[in-house]
Structures are given as structure tokens and as C-alpha cells.
Design a protein around this ligand. Structure first.
Ligand code: GDP
Ligand code: MG
Length: 469
């Protein structure tokens, strides 16, 4: 699911990343794409408008536009606002409930109530609970049989009285649970193709008889906005505490997930992603959003980076980049920040326009290589670190000796550094990053290490340029 939406929204955000300085025009262009992506994914148009307005408000903020990594900041705004669409809900069942807890599953016919009953039973069993299931779908004998089969498969007791009165069946199951020590009762109900009063009255009577803690509305994600409309109606007439979104494995456009909370006002509790009993997951808004943005790890890295880099440091660094005063000291400081941020991130990715974070994550220098780079820079004098051009042959020898490396290693590091500086200078002077790195063999640093233009890349990966022993 969500695939085309993901691709589009990622494309929009990606386009921002190519810009050194974001202008309101860039943001408007990206917002247009995101709006289309949302509408195409079948997200309710009111939700889309409100969403776009909120993102615009926050993204146009001067602090964002002027930050060291505007595109990433905008990505973060989009992420935050997508998360907000899902509310604060953690997913799952309500926190407190009497024992036995009663869970009522509601929804239109074919939405997946019976299947979800079985899945939920299985899920509860994994939580160490002892559920009892009952079907109240008396109009279709096959429905009662369907639940019985699921119960056998999942090894969950199904209460099957003689009576064909839905309310009596539900009430009987609750009494049975109390008597036999089941701690949860799952009540599967009948559905209709459309909402009708008969059904609503029946559900209300069941609700009154067994007083469920959780009233889960089961919505077929494939039916998109229709499912949401009737969710609203069920909520108004019976009361719904959570939504189970089923069939997310299909080619549902997924927009339903994004609008259900805003439109119906109840959180998503679970998502179903297949026909098997195992295919039920607790709903995690952050995971869905990460999947949408296609950058699960990367986004949390942005936060880590924000914590690791002092905003003032960042501004100072940016200023020096502009004036082409980026020194080996800065280079080393970046490495230290890199270390502080943990394994996946590189602060180089936060330098405007160079941030292909995915590549960085995949091509980070390992601990040994970083240690070596640090050792070399530490063996330089303060003067050498400020102005690398004074580092002549004899100084290189001394540095190599002091850092336990070879002159070759020192040469490589200096080459990488000067190349990086050259690119940064061009960017600082307003060149588009793509153009600035064009001369380089590899599309972006440090994907290609700081490889020299026109030269063959050395073996051992991008950071393997600094040999480890
Ligand atoms: N692919 C897929 N199919 C599902 C899912 N949940 C339910 N189904 C299928 O949807 C159909 C209707 O499900 P059912 O539980 O009988 O719906 P009910 O009428 O609401 O009880 C069945 O064929 C199920 O196998 C799901 O998450 N993914
Ligand atoms: Mg059913």
C-alpha cells in the first residue's frame, strides 16, 4: 500500500534537498506535489487542506528556511504533521478494563470483522491472555461456522450456544467467561452492506448487555473514504473506541489511514495486513509515517543530529563555509560530532545540499577509519590545522610518524580535505551542489569518499581511502 504516495511525497522532499537555500517558491512547489499525493491516495480533501496549511505555516518559518539543513527541517515538519494526523494514540486496546474485558467488533459486511476476531484472539494469546470468542452474526450460519473454524485454527475457545438471539449469545459468552476464568471476550457481530436501523438497534442492545470496553470499528482500507464515512456513522450511533484498518496488504491507496483519525475522531488501534491469523499488528503511527516517507531510520537521525550539533556551532560552521574558511579543525570537529551522533549519521550530510543521508548511512566510515583520520589531524600543529597549505613533505613525514600512519595516508587525507573544501567553496559561492560535485567521479560526497576529480576511486569503499590496519 501507500507506494505511489510514498514515491511522490519522497520525490517532493527530495527535490528540496537539491537546493542550497530554500525559498518560499521551492516550498510551494513541494507542497503542491504533496497535496496531489495525498488527494491521489484518497485522503479526505478537508484533511488535506488543513494538513497543507499547517505544513506551510511551519515550513515557511524563517528559522527553517535559514537553517543549516532546510530540506531536512521541512521533511521533519511533514513528518510531524503526518504524525499529528494520527493523534496521540499508541494503538492497541484501552488501558483499563474490568475482567473479563469485552471487545466488540463492528463494521460493514466483508470488512474483516470475523477474520479480525480470530487474529485478535491470537494476538491476545500472545500477550498471555485467555480470550473467549463468540459470534452474534446469526443471519448467516456460515459466519458462525467461520469463527468456529478460526477458533480451532488459533486454538481459541469459541462459545457456541444453541440460541440464535444475538444479545443472548453475547451475554452468555460473558457469563461463560466469568464462570470459566477467561479474561477477555471477543464479540464478532453481523455486518450489512449499508448501515441500517435494524443493525444499529441490534448492536446497541448487545452493547448494553455486555458493556464492552473496546468497540473496534473494522474498516476495509480498500474502500477508502466510504469506510471512513460509515465509521463516523457507527461512532455517532454506537460509539467507537478504536479503528482496525484491514487489508493494508492489498493495493489500497492507504489514504483512509491518514484521514480516519481526523474525520472520525477515534484512534487506529490495529492494522490487518493479510488473511493469516498472524497478520495483525498494533498500530504504530511513527512506523506508518516512516514508511510513507521512506526514511525510517533517517528521520530519527535528524533528531539525533539536532541534539548533537549545537545550533550556534552550526551557524558558525556555516559562516566559515561561506567564507571558505573551513579548516582541518572543522573537519575534525565534524568527525567528533559524527561520533557523538552514533553509528549512522554524518554531519557532512547536513551541509546544505550534500545531504543524501541514505547514502551516508550506508557509507559511513567505520570506527577504525575515523580513529585514523582523527589521529592524523591530531598530530598536526594548530597552525597546520588552520592552514593546510603549509603542510609540506617533511611535515607530512612528521605527522605520519606522530599518528602511527604512513605518509601515503596523510597525503590521501589532505587530498580528500582539499577536494571537499573546493566543493564547499563552490557551494558557498552559490553553485548548485550537483554542479559543484559534477567534476567528481562519484555523484556525491562522501559516497565517493573525497575522491579527486577524474581519478579512479580506490578500492575499499569510500572511506577506505584511509587505510586501516
Ligand atoms: N488480504 C486481506 N484480506 C483480509 C484481511 N482481513 C480480512 N480479509 C479477507 O476479507 C474477507 C472478508 O473477511 P471477514 O472477516 O469474513 O469479514 P466480515 O464480513 O467483516 O466478518 C475474507 O475473505 C478475509 O479473508 C486482511 O487484512 N488482508
Ligand atoms: Mg463476519
Amino acid at each position: 500500500m501507500f507506494e505511489s504516495f510514498s514515491t511522490r511525497i519522497q520525490g517532493a522532499l527530495q527535490s528540496l534537498r537539491g537546493e542550497v537555500r530554500l525559498t518560499p517558491d521551492h516550498i510551494e512547489a513541494a507542497l503542491r506535489e504533496i497535496r496531489l499525493a495525498l488527494l491521489e491516495a484518497d485522503v479526505n480533501f478537508k484533511v488535506v487542506s488543513a494538513f497543507i496549511d499547517r505544513v506551510r505555516d511551519r515550513a515557511m518559518d524563517q528559522a527553517v528556511l535559514k537553517s543549516l539543513s532546510p530540506a531536512q527541517q521541512v521533511t521533519k515538519v511533514v513528518r510531524d504533521e503526518l504524525l499529528a494526523l494520527f493523534g496521540d494514540a499508541e494503538g492497541g486496546l484501552r488501558k483499563d478494563a474490568p475482567t473479563p474485558r469485552v471487545i466488540l467488533l463492528l463494521g460493514l459486511q466483508g470488512s474483516g470483522k470475523t477474520t479480525t476476531s480470530g487474529k485478535l484472539g491470537k494476538w491476545l494469546t500472545r500477550q498471555g491472555r485467555h480470550p473467549l470468542m463468540v459470534s452474534t452474526d446469526v443471519r448467516r450460519p456460515a459466519a458462525i461456522e467461520q469463527l468456529a473454524v478460526l477458533g480451532t485454527k488459533a486454538d481459541i475457545r469459541v462459545y457456541s450456544p444453541e440460541t440464535m438471539d444475538p444479545v443472548a449469545r453475547a451475554a452468555g459468552a460473558l457469563a461463560e467467561a466469568k464462570a470459566k476464568g477467561f479474561d477477555t471476550v471477543i464479540v464478532d457481530t453481523a455486518g450489512r452492506l449499508h448501515i441500517d436501523d435494524d443493525l444499529m438497534n441490534e448492536l446497541q442492545a448487545i452493547k448494553d448487555a455486555v458493556r464492552p470496553t473496546d468497540l473496534l470499528y473494522v474498516a476495509d482500507a480498500m474502500t477508502g473514504n466510504d469506510a471512513i464515512k460509515s465509521a463516523g456513522e457507527f461512532n455517532r450511533r454506537i460509539g467507537v473506541t478504536g479503528v482496525v484498518l484491514t487489508k493494508l496488504d492489498g493495493d489500497a491507496r492507504g489514504g483512509a489511514a491518514l484521514s480516519v483519525v481526523s474525520v472520525v475522531g477515534v484512534p487506529i488501534a490495529f492494522v490487518g495486513s493479510g488473511e493469516r491469523l498472524e497478520d495483525l499488528e498494533l498500530f504504530h503511527p511513527d512506523r506508518i509515517v516512516s514508511r510513507l516517507l521512506g526514511m525510517g531510520d533517517v528521520l530519527s537521525l535528524i533528531e539525533k543530529a539536532e541534539q548533537a550539533i549545537d545550533q550556534n556551532d552550526a551557524e558558525e560552521l556555516e559562516e566559515r563555509l561561506r567564507k571558505n574558511q573551513f579548516t582541518l579543525d572543522d573537519f575534525r570537529n565534524q568527525l567528533k560530532t559524527l561520533k557523538r551522533m552514533g553509528p549512522l549519521e554524518s554531519v557532512l550530510g547536513m551541509i546544505p545540499g550534500l545531504g543524501n543521508m541514505k547514502q551516508l548511512a550506508e557509507n559511513k566510515p567505520d570506527e577504525k577509519q575515523m580513529g585514523r583520520i582523527e589521529a592524523i589531524i591530531s598530530s598536526m600543529t594548530a597552525g597546520e590545522r588552520r592552514d593546510h597549505t603549509v603542510i609540506n613533505g617533511s611535515r607530512r613525514k612528521r605527522i605520519a610518524k606522530g599518528s602511527g600512519t604512513t605518509v601515503e595516508d596523510v597525503n590521501r587525507l589532505l587530498k580528500q580535505f582539499t577536494e571537499m573544501r573546493r566543493v564547499l567553496q563552490m557551494i558557498g559561492q552559490g553553485a548548485r551542489p550537483a554542479a559543484a560535485v559534477k567534476g567528481m567521479r562519484q555523484p556525491a560526497m562522501p559516497q565517493g569518499g573525497f575522491a579527486m576529480p577524474g581519478k579512479k576511486r580506490k578500492k575499499g569503499g569510500p572511506w577506505g581511502l584511509i587505510k586501516t590496519r
